[in-house]
Design a protein around this ligand. Structure first.
Ligand code: SF4
Length: 313
């Protein structure tokens, strides 16, 4: 079977920096214990398990403010997704040692929001509900930042008297689909023609989506290696389906590949989300390169015997 390894793919600079920071903190004996990460440092369970082996506990299952309530002492690391100022202040008030792994691209989005709110704007923030990045962004100016995910949200958006007559800025989450976002920005502009637009989809997300849109066209099927909770991984599936026009599936490891997806397939394209360890993607590529349609389970068992190396990157 021919395998197209889409390039670029996998870890972005923001994730690499966040992982490096977490590993440095874990190795430093002067850092107060226990060490927590507020949420998954990246949305990938393999990375989370690897950090746990290094002594870093991931707190998950609620918003950042709720998670912070579980921490009484020690150290907290804020994730690459960014965090609301209120959460940082609360961590300091509790006397915790804090490390901030917020990606510089997310930090810039927060700066745009602060700047435009200070200039009198209301913010229409296009992002994914329930994702930590919008949570942090909205927290920059609660009541002035209005999160919308789709055209229905826009239709229901009722701005305050100031917002209805005053200045509006449209700001986006960093990991959205370029194509969906362009449509939603156009819809916002149709309703608020004078709105300023700050498209903050990061370069790493853009080039990975563009690569899938172009390189996946030659494939019969596309596999995206990534965690189900990774927004950028899910967007790559969407781009493969909607822009490249190919069937596409999200898998978190080689074990999730279903033989029926590969039936009659000559060319398979493989890519990975910005939070996916390259070892996982390489396992998938090796498995597919040696794929035997006559005995798929035997090949899979052989590949599953490979272990994820210690660093998770
Ligand atoms: S996907 Fe973009 S914004 Fe998110 S961590 Fe990577 S580089 Fe930063």
């Amino acid at each position: 079977m021919e395998v197209v390894a889409v390039s670029p793919r996998g870890y972005c600079y923001g994730v690499v920096d966040a992982m490096t920071l977490a590993q440095r903190v874990a190795r430093d004996p002067k850092v107060p214990r226990p060490i927590y990460i507020l949420g998954m440092i990246v949305h990938n369970r393999h990375v989370v398990e690897d950090l746990a082996r290094q002594g870093i506990q991931t707190l998950d299952g609620g918003d950042r403010r709720t998670l912070l309530k579980k921490v009484r002492r020690g150290t907290v690391i804020f994730t690459a997704h960014g965090v609301a100022p209120e959460v940082k202040e609360e961590a300091r008030r509790k006397g915790l040692t804090c490390f901030d792994a917020t990606c510089p691209d997310v930090t810039r989005t927060h700066e745009v929001i602060r700047d435009r709110v200070a200039a009198g704007c209301d913010i229409i923030y296009i992002g994914k509900k329930g994702h930590p990045e919008p949570e942090g962004a909205v927290g920059e100016a609660p009541g002035r930042v209005h999160l919308i995910e789709d055209a229905d949200d826009l239709a229901q958006l009722r701005l305050s008297p100031r917002g209805a007559t005053g200045k509006i800025a449209i700001v986006t989450q960093t990991t959205l689909s370029q194509w969906d976002t362009a449509d939603l920005i156009a819809a916002c502009k149709a309703r608020f023609p004078d709105a300023e637009v700050y498209n903050e989809i990061c370069l790493a997300t853009q080039v990975r989506q563009q690569a899938v849109a172009e390189q996946a066209r030659a494939a019969d099927v596309v596999l995206v290696v990534g965690d189900p909770r990774s927004n950028n991984s899910n967007r790559l599936v969407q781009v493969a389906q909607e822009v490249a026009g190919r069937p596409a599936y999200l898998i978190d490891s080689v074990a999730a590949i279903r033989p029926e997806w590969l039936r009659g397939v000559r060319v398979v394209a493989v890519t990975a989300g910005a939070s996916t360890p390259s070892q996982l993607t390489n396992q998938v590529i090796r498995y597919l390169q040696g794929y035997d349609p006559e005995a798929p389970s035997a090949a899979m068992e052989a590949d599953l015997a490979l272990k994820l190396p210690g660093s998770g990157r």
